[in-house]
Design a protein around this ligand. Structure first.
Ligand code: F6P
Length: 496
């Protein structure tokens, strides 16, 4: 029997029965790491399932591949690169860690200089980037920068000029630091937004707009060619993937807005999760167990989507951050050796914010025909200081939803009945601080890695985004033939 057939043959017990049969279920399927309580007891994971997945993990050499990643080997085989985001947090091979430290030191010095007035009076940070060069820093600043941010930070990604206009409308151009974040420094959307931002500064009388530009990139030569002074380029290594890059200089807006101490705590929290992932047995390993549950639902129960819901306004950007992390990493059809995977890969990640989502999409989760593993992310310590008990309502709703999904309710009227047996997991953070957020994000990164290894795919390339970029360029340049529908659309919009 192949390893996957052992998994496909796993039974599909009912959640309530699993609790009835095993008084120890909660303690078996929950654990605490780095200030986060993980509870998978309301998923269909069983000891038997964990054993079957552990056997598959062994057959796929998960431990060897994990050590190869931390050891700086070229595990991103299609791009022949190491995978170095853990080295940014001090966990990895000595050479990569030393380089990351040196580059962090450079970032810290530049932040100190800016705070000391080296670039004049700076009050606003306009960060321009897209994908991994925007989603991570945006999440950090939005989650942690509500109270104590030392600068107004705006993150602009969309090439739609409305986004840039919105961001700068309340900014004083003379007091704005323009941060151009692009690993490649060639991304069309980012370069166009950066040029328009420079023009806005020039039009408003800023004498040396280039003097207020910081570049965050793995291609410092390109940033210099574009006009950024070498002293204001903050490089990071080629081995740090875009969607894994918030730990590098791409995290600059968070580091300057929240302070260097907060940024270091973020890295330390992630490093704690790295060590947990590296050193803990599979059946007690949070990213590993989460990936086993993901795979149970995609492979055994054929779930096509999964839905994280942040029951905390400060984490409202987490679902979109996870969309890129999970779908760009594991939305693949071939294995590392180029052969078809032959089974479903990444679930479609979607989700939202509780309690809003309860009044919009939870109908489908409770009574619809799709099986959607739900993930609740909540924080014990409130983010608000209101006298009324908002936070209590937030948390009771999160927990009640999980209970309702599992238990269901049978009444005579089918329209008012709930099948129940719908899985959810809960991640309960003690507090939302840089350290815990760092651990949380690192948890998701490693979970994606485990999913990728068990499926035999490379989670670190993203060739699927290239064709659309090429065709947009062709459409922009004109003179190329497309299908009749696309040509008609180009003509109607007056783009030919
Ligand atoms: O198009 C996808 C992508 O390459 C992402 O992986 C990346 O995060 C984003 O574009 C931005 O790329 P860059 O940082 O090179 O501008």
């Amino acid at each position: 029997m192949s390893d996957w057939s052992a998994i496909e043959a796993l039974p599909s017990p009912k959640l309530v029965e699993l609790f009835d049969q095993d008084g120890e279920r909660l303690s078996k399927f929950s654990l605490d790491v780095a200030g986060i309580h993980f509870d998978w007891s309301k998923t269909h994971l069983t000891t038997q399932a964990v054993e079957a997945f552990a056997a598959l993990a062994q057959a796929q050499d998960l431990a060897g591949k994990r050590d190869a990643m931390f050891g700086g080997e070229h595990v991103n085989v299609t791009e022949d690169r190491p995978v170095l985001h853990a080295a940014e947090r001090g966990e990895g091979d000595a050479e990569s860690v030393a380089l990351a430290r040196k580059l962090h030191e450079r970032m810290r010095s530049l932040i100190d200089a800016i705070e000391g007035g080296a670039l004049g009076d700076i009050r606003h940070v306009l960060h321009i980037g897209i994908g991994g060069s925007a989603l991570g820093p945006h999440l950090l600043v939005d989650a942690l920068g509500r109270e104590d941010a030392r600068y107004d930070v705006a993150i602009v990604s969309n090439v739609d000029g409305v986004a840039l206009e919105d961001a700068i409308k309340d900014f004083d151009p003379a007091a704005t630091l323009l941060v151009v974040a692009s690993k490649t420094f060639t991304t069309k959307e980012t370069m166009l937004n950066a040029e328009s931002a420079l023009q806005w500064m020039t039009e408003h009388g800023v004498e040396d707009p280039y003097g207020k530009v910081i570049a965050l990139t793995a291609a410092p030569d390109k940033a210099m060619e574009w006009g950024v002074d070498e002293t204001r380029i903050l490089p990071f290594g080629e081995g740090v993937g875009g969607r894994y890059s918030l730990w590098s200089s791409i995290g600059f807006p968070a580091a300057i807005a929240l302070g260097w101490g907060a940024f270091e705590e973020l890295l330390e929290g992630a490093a704690e999760m790295d060590r947990h992932f590296r050193l803990t047995a599979l059946h007690e390993n949070a990213p590993v167990l989460a990936a086993f549950a993901d795979l149970y639902y995609t492979q055994v129960r054929h779930a096509e989507t999964r839905a994280p819901f942040a029951y905390d306004e400060r984490l409202r950007l987490l679902p979109s951050y996870l969309q890129q992390l999970e779908m760009e990493s594991n939305g693949k059809g071939v294995k590392t050796d180029g052969t078809p995977v032959g089974r479903p890969t990444a679930a479609i990640t979607w989700g939202g914010v509780g309690t809003d989502a309860q009044h919009a999409v939870f109908q489908l989760l409770h009574q619809g025909t799709h099986l959607v593993p739900v993930e609740f992310i909540a924080v014990i310590e409130p983010g608000d200081t209101l006298a009324e008990d908002h936070h209590r309502q937030l948390l009771v709703n999160a927990f009640a939803q999980g209970a309702a999904l599992m238990k269901g309710k049978q009444v005579e009227d089918p329209a008012r009945s709930y099948s129940g047996d719908r899985p959810s997991s809960t991640l309960l953070l003690d507090v939302l601080d840089p350290r815990t957020l760092g651990a949380l994000i690192a948890f998701y990164e490693h979970r994606v890695f485990v999913n990728g290894v068990l499926l035999g795919i490379n989670s670190f390339d993203q060739f699927g985004v290239e064709l659309g970029k090429e065709m947009a360029k062709a459409a922009d340049q004109g003179g190329q033939s497309f299908d009749p529908s696309t040509e008609d659309l180009i003509r109607r919009a007056g783009l030919e």
